[in-house]
Ligand binder design. Structure first.
Ligand SMILES: *Cc1c(COP(=O)(O)O)cnc(C)c1O
Length: 400
């Protein structure tokens, strides 16, 4: 055993060497298995955060581990300046599963979204006389690079790291008139999440999404869907747009795509794929190790039986959450697939999250009145029941 693991308190002292970018509890995780995490003291936690909706197959799924173990000794990386075998295979699979004709791999959701904006601006330069503005939404989230902070609609970010990248106009989610009001001759596209995850698990209404598609067709704009959180089975279909009667022009993926390893992707229809050599790239893009891992994830999640099981678990989970909602008189249960939330009657979600941790239960509060649940898509029914009973304990504790 690693000597430092037997001295977790010394390890915590050493953690001062990390830049403080989020308040972290005094826990150090050492191991994960399926729905469960284990800390250096051997304590067990039910994990409904799963790396922030990343570990779609739970912790260390055997297929994912095997794919990494098979690929690692063969080839890790030969630069995106050359082809490798898993890179080509993964691109082909994603194109077959989606509307898209071509794929560009990136390392994070923000980077994929940066690529989407660059692609749209290039297309605007070629086909729309230099139109470059992109309409995005209040409370939207697209990542933490400077431009994606500008594209996002997080109120807390308005005054941070000025000046912001120009070219992003904000409209109101689920309000088509607010979008129409922002369109002008410089507008090249509309970018949105089909469920706003960080914004509090708010789903786009089908009529709104159809109206956006209609508006894009009418004004020759690109519809860009950020499926970094909603993609790869998270909402019960392989991609979330498949629940709407529309096809986007550009889509980005991240989080669940690698099931825990860092990989993201930008996908587009042929007519929009206008990058030329030199326009876009990145040192680690499409490296063999992560594309092999993502391929294993896509093979599991892309199976129709697997997606059907996600929808069944979602129905069950929603029913159990609805019982909690009614019993403790909370406001609402919402979400799609296994991206679910409960809106609390009182703004004490941060305290509930802390209390949950002390009970060995990881959940998240994207807003101070919202608890969000992003379990593994492979979650066991027993683990759903266990979490629901912990939620009962938490609600009873909060009410007392
Ligand atoms: C998490 C997230 C991102 C950013 O992804 P990173 O990998 O953290 O850069 C972008 N868009 C959405 C919808 C997300 O949920």
């Amino acid at each position: 055993m690693d000597a430092s693991i037997s001295h977790p308190s010394r390890l915590l002292d050493d953690a001062a060497s990390l830049m403080r970018i989020s308040p972290k509890p005094d826990i150090i995780f050492a191991k994960g298995q399926g729905d469960w995490l284990f800390d250096t003291r051997g304590r067990k936690y039910l994990d409904w955060v799963q790396g922030w909706a990343v570990n779609c197959l739970g912790h260390s799924h055997p297929n994912l581990v095997a794919a990494i173990q098979l690929q690692a000794p063969l080839l890790l990386n030969c630069s995106p300046g050359y082809y490798n075998i898993p890179m080509i295979g993964l691109a082909r699979k994603l194109a077959e599963l989606s509307f898209a004709d071509q794929v560009f791999f990136a390392n994070s959701g923000a980077e994929a979204n940066e690529g989407a904006v660059k692609l749209a601006r290039k297309w605007g330069m070629l086909h729309r006389g230099g139109a470059h503005e992109i309409i995005t939404f209040s409370d939207g989230f697209h990542g933490r690079t400077l431009s994606m902070m500008a594209a996002s609609g997080k109120p807390e970010w308005t005054a941070l790291f000025e000046p912001k990248t120009p070219g992003f106009q904000k409209a109101i989610y689920n309000d088509i008139d607010s979008v129409r009001a922002q369109v002008n001759e410089r507008t090249v596209g509309i970018m949105l999440e089909l469920v706003q995850g960080e914004g509090g698990v708010i789903a786009a209404e089908p009529a709104f999404v159809r109206a956006l598609r209609g508006l894009c067709d009418e004004k020759n704009l690109l519809l860009i869907v950020d499926e970094v959180q909603t993609g790869i089975g998270r909402t019960g279909t392989f991609f979330s747009y498949q629940q709407h009667a529309i096809v986007p022009d550009i889509m980005t993926l991240g989080k669940g795509l690698g099931g825990g390893v860092p990989i993201a992707a930008l996908l587009a229809r042929q007519e929009v794929c206008c990058f030329e050599p030199g326009d876009q790239g990145g040192t680690y893009n499409g490296n063999a190790l992560v594309t092999a891992a993502a391929s294993a994830v896509v093979d599991v999640v892309g199976n129709p039986d697997f997606l059907e099981s996600v929808r069944k678990k979602s129905d069950y989970f929603l029913r159990r959450l609805e019982q909690i909602n009614q019993r403790y008189r909370h406001k609402q249960v919402r979400g799609r697939g296994l991206l679910l939330a409960i809106e609390l009657a009182t703004p004490n979600a941060k305290q509930v999250v802390e209390h949950a941790l002390s009970l060995g239960f990881l959940i998240n509060a994207p807003r101070n009145n919202v608890l969000r649940f992003m379990p593994a898509l492979t979650i066991e029914y027993d683990a759903i029941d266990h979490g629901i009973s912990l939620l009962h304990d938490l609600m009873q504790g909060a009410a007392a």
